[in-house]
Design a protein around this ligand. Structure first.
Ligand code: ATP
Ligand code: MG
Length: 564
């Protein structure tokens, strides 16, 4: 076992111990607080999901599986302004791809608007909510600060009857946007500002993509979310840390509405990647300014982009597991994600030969017009993948960087007088090169040893270099894209003016690549190891019949060491 594999095993053992959410759940089950585990993933359909959401999806789904419970996919579509049907479809595709199966448990929060309205009426009747005439600005003023208590809202003295009438009138469309709100009556002196009579309903004359013009009042997130959870029978409502201060309000809502099995909110730290932007606002800008090719540009870390680039759901799962679940905010290294995809693909993906920057190699003593088929194993680490035959002939392509006329020390590839192995083929000895009028090498020449077929030494003599190749005549042309981080990692994420520090080299497009003929059968999303180069995936968007386009998922090299 290699060092890095040992570390993986070690860290997997560490992960055997339960994370803090599992501890809470097991305590709840043991004490009979709940007799089942029911989680949900509640995206707002206002953008594409990213790697951070993947953590939330896999966490919630994973817990439902581990405890034999249920998992809901619920669109939190209570805000009519920003949401789009396009995002609903992309989110469903992403959640499904990650393997989180919601079965028939697909819900939309907007389907609960009637129940939310009834819940607000219930609070009014209990004297726990009142209609306010204050403007948004006045509400802010009255709220006080961390050092000062808030002031009572003049509306708070209204009678239950008056509040019921006013709220009904709000619903009936008698008031303009911003002129009336419904507030929960909690405590204007609370040290937690979220508890100072929060707004729970606002007037907004907007159509909603699901409910149309039925409503002109809409519930606020802090009021709506616990109700959604309670209606669906969710037990553990898992969210990120920024909602920690909102938990007392969550608890207040489910208590005052007297749900028999109130759900419980648990917060964990968001997943961040070092030098990677996940925020919708910024990605939207990159998309709109045409800096990237849509929300699934392979340089982004939206789930759609990771899928397009060639990441597997398994690699993302592994990554999320390695990150762990905690309450402490931290940032994971992108290199760890790369490590996970290399580990996943190294035995799964066939290893084939592709020349990214070709230069012709001519074997002067190979018979003119002859070709032969050479057997090559598809993956030395996985016998099950079998082998294939690769055509070999007098004219081949090799990587331009595998030849040097005047090599530096320790260069073991092609240079005049040196013998190397053509992978799985023959020993060849370089004899020289041909250059064009600008001094650019256009052909490398060599002779081969017919006794070394298969790349085996005929007499015990050794070569230090093995290079890959494809037949010049029987190869397929392809476009290959190499990626670097879209953010300039040296300089950090932002410039002083708040704009993003973009890396001008984040995309390199190679258009003259030559691949083994077996690649001609490749389909969208097929993944390969290009020998000595890295892992590559067929781009689903730009590949056309006879025009293959590959995205580099990750190179082979890594200096990454797993954190202890
Ligand atoms: P963003 O603004 O980053 O796109 P968001 O929080 O606005 O994300 P929502 O649709 O509201 O996106 O989030 C759906 C769920 O995903 C929420 O439960 C949220 O807590 C969780 N989530 C969002 N970002 C992350 C993250 N970086 N790591 C883990 N969970 C996250
Ligand atoms: Mg949000």
């Amino acid at each position: 076992m290699s060092e890095i594999e040992k570390e993986i095993v070690d860290s997997a053992e560490v992960k055997e111990s339960k994370n803090f959410i599992e501890q809470i759940i097991e305590k709840d089950l043991a004490e009979g607080v709940y007799d089942t585990v029911h989680t949900r993933f509640p995206p707002e359909p206002n953008g594409y999901l990213h790697i951070g959401h993947a953590k939330s999806i896999l966490l919630n789904y994973g817990l439902s599986q581990k405890y034999n419970g249920k998992f809901n996919l619920r669109f939190d579509d209570t805000n009519p302004t920003k949401e789009k049907a396009e995002f609903v479809e992309s989110i469903k595709a992403d959640v499904k791809w990650l393997g989180a199966d919601w079965e028939d448990r697909l819900f939309f929060a907007s389907n609960y608007f009637d129940q939310m309205y009834e819940a607000a009426v219930k609070l009014i009747k209990k004297g726990k909510a009142y209609v306010s005439d204050l403007s948004a600005e006045q509400i802010r003023e009255y709220r006080g600060s961390l050092t000062e208590p808030g002031k009572e809202d003049p509306g708070s003295t209204r009678s239950v009857e008056e509040n019921l009438t006013l709220f009904e009138d709000m619903k009936a469309g008698k008031y303009e946007d911003g002129t009336k709100v419904l507030r929960a009556r909690i405590d204007m002196a609370s040290p937690n500002i979220n508890m100072r009579d929060p707004v729970i309903y606002r007037v907004a004359h907007m159509s909603h993509q699901n409910t149309g013009d039925k409503w002109c009042i809409y519930p606020m997130y802090d009021f709506a979310h616990p109700i959604e959870d309670a209606i669906e029978g969710v037990t553990h409502s898992i969210c990120t840390l920024e909602f920690e201060d909102h938990r007392p309000l969550y608890d207040w809502v489910v208590r005052e509405l007297e749900y028999p099995h109130p759900p419980k909110q648990i917060e964990f730290a968001k997943l961040y990647l070092t030098n990677v932007v996940t925020g919708k606002r910024y990605i939207k800008k990159l998309v709109e300014q045409g800096i990237v090719d849509g929300w699934d540009d392979p340089r982004l870390v939206s789930i759609a982009a990771l899928r397009r680039r060639g990441f597997t759901p398994e690699s993302i799962k592994k990554f999320v597991e390695l990150c762990g679940i905690s309450k402490a905010q931290s940032s994971a290294d992108y290199a760890m994600l790369e490590y996970c995809i290399r580990e996943d693909l190294k035995a799964k993906a066939p290893r084939m030969m592709a020349i990214l920057d070709p230069v012709k190699l001519v074997i002067d003593n190979y018979p003119e017009g002859q070709t032969e088929m050479l057997p090559v194993v598809n993956n030395p680490e996985n016998e099950a993948l079998g082998s294939r035959e690769v055509p070999f002939g007098k004219e081949l392509y090799i990587e331009r960087e595998d030849f040097m006329e005047e090599p530096p020390k320790k260069y073991f590839r092609m240079f005049p007088g040196n013998e190397v192995r053509l992978m799985s083929a023959y020993f060849v000895k370089c004899t020289g090169c041909v250059k064009d009028e600008n001094g650019k090498v256009v052909e490398v020449h060599c002779t081969y040893d017919p006794e070394s077929r298969g790349g085996n030494s005929p007499d015990g003599r050794k070569v230090k270099g093995t290079i890959h190749w494809v037949s010049a005549e029987q190869s397929v042309k392809a476009q290959v894209r190499l990626y670097e981080n879209i953010i300039d990692e040296e300089k950090g994420v932002y410039n002083e003016d708040g704009s993003l520090n973009l890396n001008p080299n984040s995309l390199t497009t190679l258009t003259e690549c030559r691949l083994e003929p077996a690649f001609a059968q490749a389909q969208a999303y097929d993944r390969f190891q290009f020998v000595r180069q890295g892992f590559f995936c067929v781009d689903y968007k730009d590949t056309k019949p006879g025009e293959l386009v590959f995205n580099r998922i990750v190179s082979l090299k890594s200096s990454y060491v797993l954190p202890k």
